[in-house]
Design a protein around this ligand. Structure first.
Ligand code: 4AD
Length: 456
């Protein structure tokens, strides 16, 4: 259908005084004695385009007024108020009518209400802005890694090995309910893959294999976790960015994470000015300033042991007790990043018992070369580490966890055939979007959130 994106009408002055055709959905409309006005939005732009109808022209416009109606409008682009442009309509075609029960009426709806209609909420200003920032962030992530010689790899989503070992894998099976098999082994032997399979919680293990050939790689795809945690920052299906770098130590991983986060945020601030103003106004006052601060200052780095001391000496009443060896909860992460440092903080060198088998064991025998990035407002957005590249140490860490070494033979081979120091991290894409937009619930930054007890 021949038409022009509404965004182009706003940004390209060549359209002024030209006759153009635009399409879109009616966001608001009003009727005065001699004129009618329609705010039209086609999704390419946060601001709506005002369509002005001179009633004396005889254009049939009554069916075009209900909110949600889809239209094709031809008319002349003219200068409007506030330096913006509008269209003096010459013809209007109703593409799809919209009855009065259309749920997105003019008032401001709550995010909870909008969550009940994932198929329509994209037509609100809030979701228009979130989806565009999401898209720009995704593009910026690719641009960052591509510009630095990283190879984009696609790791499998169906896997036979559990990367994080936290027992959060969704099972993949075609067998369904049956009492045919006497034992678990028999059941899986007869299943589609002839062994137990699941949806991957992380592409890291295969990412490491790619990095041992290509040097620097990144993945950007979905990860799945059957965590039964009904929190504002957990999804059962989330998008995961996982760079993996050969010939790298923990300090290289930290430097990469900081540089990448700063780059992508700079891109969003430049490209999505309307959207960021919108979030600044409606979601978090001072958001833009906070992000600008982030770009211009170094992130803090704090050893886990030091973080525990800071929490214990804080005098705060935490719901979860703090002692060396405990996993940091969101309340602890937020205290460290918001109250102690008031900026992004890398917490490093966690106790080995609370981290995964693949992390490099430090010489103290108690900690591993792990790193989490904690940010104000969200908590952890990145988890990463230097990897254990010594074959014997890796095997003993796996044995301590009673892991079946046969399932990890490819991974162990990497430590036999030209092993090198290497490391990487995982960034939760939705958590990054929350941080950048100030939106507080992860269900509001993805089109169709999947959480325990809820799928649509
Ligand atoms: O800290 P995690 O579990 O680390 C890994 O998966 C490593 N294999 C990454 C690596 O080193 N390549 O997860 C990494 C990040 C977290 O910091 C968080 O941002 C995000 O993934 N994440 C989730 N996001 C939304 N919902 C969930 N259930 C998430 N679980 C992890």
């Amino acid at each position: 259908m021949q038409h022009i994106d509404i965004k182009e009408i706003f940004v390209n002055p060549d359209y002024l005084e030209q006759i153009v055709t635009v399409c879109g959905w009616v966001r608001t409309s009003r009727n005065s004695k001699t004129m009618a006005f329609i705010a039209l939005n086609d999704g390419t732009s946060l601001p709506h385009l005002q369509i002005v109808i001179d009633k004396a022209s005889g254009i049939a416009f009554e069916n075009a007024m209900p909110l949600g109606t889809s239209l094709k409008v031809t008319g002349k682009v003219v200068a409007g108020q506030n330096g913006s442009v509008e269209i003096n309509a010459e013809s209007i075609t109703v593409l799809g009518t919209c009855p009065a029960e259309y749920p997105l009426q003019k008032k401001r709806h709550t995010l909870e209400f909008l969550r009940t209609m994932p198929h329509l909420r994209g037509r609100t200003n809030t979701f228009n802005a979130i989806m565009r920032v999401r898209s720009v962030l995704a593009n910026a992530i690719h641009a960052y890694f591509q510009s630095k010689n990283y190879v984009y790899v696609n790791t499998p989503l169906i896997t036979g090995s559990d990367c994080e070992g936290a027992g959060e894998m969704f099972q993949v099976t075609t067998n369904g309910f049956t009492q045919e098999y006497k034992t678990e082994a028999e059941y899986y032997a007869n299943d589609f893959f002839a062994r137990k399979a699941g949806l991957s919680v992380s592409g890291q293990l295969e990412g490491e294999m790619a990095a041992m050939a290509m040097g620097k790689i990144y993945t950007f795809g979905p990860s799945f976790r059957a965590e039964n945690s009904n929190t504002p920052k957990h999804l059962a299906e989330f998008w995961h960015i996982e760079p993996e770098v050969a010939f790298a130590e923990l300090s290289d991983v930290i430097a990469l994470a900081e540089d990448m986060i700063k780059y992508v945020i700079r891109q969003v601030l430049e490209t999505c000015q309307n959207e960021m103003q919108f979030f600044n106004q409606h979601f978090e006052k001072g958001l833009i300033e906070r992000l600008e601060e982030l770009i211009f200052h170094d992130f803090a780095v704090c050893d886990y042991t030091e973080a525990i001391k800071l929490l214990q000496e804080s005098g705060e009443k935490f719901q979860y007790p703090v002692e060396w060896g405990c996993d940091l909860q969101t309340e602890h992460e937020r205290y460290i990043s918001e109250k102690v440092f008031n900026k992004a903080v890398f917490v490093t060198n966690y106790p080995k018992e609370i981290k995964s088998f693949y992390m490099k064991q430090n010489s103290d025998g108690k900690t591993v070369a792990a790193v989490d990035l904690l940010v104000p407002g969200v908590g952890e957005i990145i988890g990463g580490s230097e990897r254990e590249y010594d074959y014997d140490k890796l095997v003993s860490a796996m044995q301590e966890r009673n892991m079946n070494l046969d399932l990890y033979s490819d991974y162990l081979d990497l430590r036999r055939f030209g092993s090198v120091p290497h490391g990487g991290f995982g960034l939760g894409f939705e958590r990054l979007i929350m941080y950048v937009t100030g939106v507080q619930n992860i269900r509001d930054v993805i089109m169709y959130p999947r959480t325990a007890g809820s799928i649509r």
